[in-house]
Ligand binder design. Structure first.
Ligand code: ZN
Length: 176
């Protein structure tokens, strides 16, 4: 994560370029054994906050990539709200992150691949369309979707392979 700090302040020309950086942050999660999701906040084409999914390493169930990126950006710009900024995330946000996005007043969310079970932008729910919300967020999905889902697929297949190896390596149960 430390060398990823250099992403902060970088200029991004468009959504694709920003998502390439979010993918780097996703890979950092995988290296720590967490589901690979990466996020960043962009203000006026400049990266102002980064986050990797890290609930296990931080012992923090709220440490999803989006929340980490929002916290990082708010601290850096010195504002508890991030109006007009764009949040990029490799995977469709969950309900917790969707709530954080609305509270942060982020203007636009761009995600990569859908998350059929827990995603609330278009999969399990259409959270951002809810009438009770006092803030409207523009949502764009499917940016570099293949690359973003590929990182997830690779992580889960490696984890399954690792579990199989552990099973084979464990000694037979004692009969006593
Ligand atoms: Zn989340």
């Amino acid at each position: 994560m430390s060398d990823l700090r250099q992403l902060v302040g970088q200029r991004v020309a468009d959504d694709n370029e920003a998502m390439v950086l979010a993918l780097q942050l996703a890979r950092a999660s995988a290296e720590q054994g967490a589901v690979p999701v990466g996020a960043l906040v962009v203000d006026d084409q400049r990266v102002v906050g980064i986050g990797s999914n890290s609930p296990i390493s931080l012992l923090d169930p709220t440490a999803h990539a989006e929340v980490m990126a929002i916290r990082d950006a708010a601290a850096r710009v010195g504002n508890y709200r991030l109006p007009g900024m764009t949040l990029y995330v490799t995977v469709e946000p969950c309900s917790m992150c969707a709530g954080a996005i609305v509270h942060s007043r982020i203007g636009r969310v761009v995600y990569g691949t859908t998350e059929p079970k827990a995603g609330v932008a278009c999969s399990a729910e259409h959270f951002f369309d809810k009438a009770f919300l006092n803030h409207q967020v523009e949502i764009v999905g499917g940016v570099l979707a293949e690359e973003c889902s590929g990182v997830m697929t690779e992580f889960f297949s490696q984890r399954r392979a690792g579990k199989k190896r552990l099973k084979r390596a464990s000694p037979p149960a004692s009969s006593e």
